[in-house]
Design a protein around this ligand. Structure first.
Ligand SMILES: Cc1cc2nc3c(=O)[nH]c(=O)nc-3n(C[C@H](O)[C@H](O)[C@H](O)COP(=O)(O)O)c2cc1C
Length: 485
């Protein structure tokens, strides 16, 4: 049996996940919608395995696509190097305060430049590039094209400081395989970098990795604080630096042990029609828009590369579990770092794609504490994008259970008093409610579902048995009442 310490790329990740019984292989699927639909069926099941698609129609054995890589606690825990047998609760427990530690440790893990690596087994230069030589899926029935970048990491730099950023920004194959559009939403760190390069040099250098250790998707696809290199953050998670090569054209890093990577330049006026695409909101809500497009100067790939797929859609989707777990941990840590006392826990519910619905559980300490937690949570950099609802509940509420959270809303929230609305907040182009042509603002509500501060002494007692009484009856009739409840 391999060990966590040996995982240093997607292949060793797959080996360990396979030994743990966490991977199923599907052969003979078509890249056109079948891989996407099979993945959808899979991630709607409880604790789904990872799916590895091989022998994809028209492409033969070898080049593969992986989905649902981190769709359960065991594989996400493994990817975060926290253990190989964690369940949901164990994972949340093991993650407590880890994002703060990884942030603090990141500077100790600058990337290690290596002259070459497995990703250089094949290097294709611009005239010979055809991204459709790889089995790129059309993920959803109404997608406007084939997306090679879903579980991707797009690398950009700050032209003034050289600071690196990685973001998961989806990439649609364009121009018969010679180009890719890179869909960076406004406000993302990569968007700021690209804009600054345009102002300074008239073009922006970009590299993107399209298959890699899923840890790189975690760090690229969640809100690591600005100014912090996601590769150093990944190094802190692994406890060793990430090996990179330098792109031949732009000099930007490319993970040396990656599967498949592309490189090129974005120009302000080089755009292609992009979309529609099944979004994480659960709709084809982004429409078709002209999006910055890169003519691919270089493709780097291993023999028989494995694309890391992470198709969104109506939740639960491919990465909604990963997003919920990671954002919950990051937001909780950020609240604590901001100095908010009494935080019991945070959960970014999958129903809201891990963004739109946050529950914050609090030990109320003073008048105004609950609203402070709500306003603060809704505007943290790790939470602000496309949040719609923050519900603050008392610490006795199971904040990870939608039923419990809604019970608290129904019984402790006075709608006339306890719901506050914010306007012109950070929304998204992909919000199904956004009216066409208008800027992507949204509105959001904070819902105070805590017992009212001035009613704490006499608020009615909850009508459920205490822990001791529950344990007592379970012990008395274990055959009937014991086991998982
Ligand atoms: C699989 C996946 C796909 C994503 N696609 C996009 C996208 O197309 N555009 C975008 O702006 N953000 C997308 N995101 C969200 C960003 O990756 C996320 O907000 C990340 O924090 C951005 O990096 P940044 O904070 O360094 O800008 C995606 C996330 C994941 C996990």
């Amino acid at each position: 049996m391999g060990s966590l310490e040996e995982v240093d790329d997607l292949r060793s990740w797959l080996e360990l996940a396979g030994e743990l019984g966490e991977v199923r292989t599907i052969t003979g699927a078509h890249w056109d919608k079948e891989i996407g639909a099979a993945s959808e069926v899979n991630y709607r099941r409880p604790s789904p395995p990872a799916l590895l698609f091989d022998d994809i129609v028209g492409y033969g054995r070898g080049p593969r696509v992986l989905t649902a890589s981190m769709a359960n606690a065991r594989r996400l825990g493994m990817t975060l190097r926290l253990g190989t047998s964690l369940d949901d609760r164990g994972l949340v427990e093991a993650l407590r305060n880890r994002p703060n530690e990884w942030i603090a440790d990141a500077a100790r893990y600058p990337v290690r430049e290596v002259g070459s690596g497995p990703v250089c087994e094949n290097v294709i230069t611009s005239g010979d590039v055809n991204l459709l030589d790889f089995p790129v899926p059309r993920w959803h029935e109404a997608d406007g094209g084939r997306y090679i970048g879903t579980g991707c990491a797009v690398f950009t730099t700050d032209p003034a400081t050289g600071t690196l950023n990685a973001g998961a920004y989806r990439m649609q194959v364009q121009n018969d395989g010679r180009a890719v559009s890179v869909n960076i939403e406004a406000g993302k760190h990569g968007a700021a970098h690209v804009r600054e390069w345009f102002d300074k040099e008239g073009r922006a250098p970009v590299t993107a990795s399209l298959g890699h250790d899923p840890l790189l998707l975690v760090v690229a696809g969640t809100e690591v604080p600005a100014g912090l290199s996601e590769l150093e953050y990944a190094g802190a998670v692994m406890g060793r630096p990430v090996d990179v090569i330098r792109g031949e054209v732009t000099g930007l890093p490319i993970p040396a042990r990656g599967e498949l990577a592309v490189e090129g330049w974005l120009y302000p006026d080089r755009r292609e029609q992009e979309g529609p695409f099944g979004e994480w909101t659960g709709y084809y809500s982004g429409g078709i828009e002209p999006v910055l497009t890169m003519d691919v100067e270089r493709v780097y790939h291993r023999d028989d590369p494995i694309q890391l797929g992470a198709p969104p859609g109506k939740p639960p989707h491919d990465y909604s579990y990963m997003r919920s777990v990671m954002k919950s941990a990051m937001i909780q840590d950020a609240l604590v770092r901001a100095g908010l006392p009494g935080v019991e826990g945070v959960w970014a519910h999958e129903a809201g794609g891990g963004r739109q619905l946050l529950a914050v559980a609090l030990h109320q300490r003073y008048a105004g504490h609950a609203r402070q937690a709500a306003y603060l949570a809704s505007q943290l950099p790790s939470a602000a994008y496309m949040n719609k609802f923050v519900v603050v509940v008392d610490a006795d509420v199971d904040f990870r259970s939608l039923d419990d959270v809604m019970w608290a809303v129904c019984t402790r929230t006075d709608p006339a008093e306890d719901i506050e609305i914010m306007r012109q907040t950070w929304g998204s182009r992909v919000d199904p409610l956004r009216a066409p042509g208008l800027p992507p603002f949204n509105t959001r509500a904070v819902i105070d579902a805590c017992r009212p501060w001035n009613r704490l002494p006499d608020f009615p007692r909850v009508a459920e048995s205490g822990r001791d009484l529950i344990d007592h009856v379970v012990r008395r009739w274990p055959d009937i009442l014991g086991g998982s409840r």
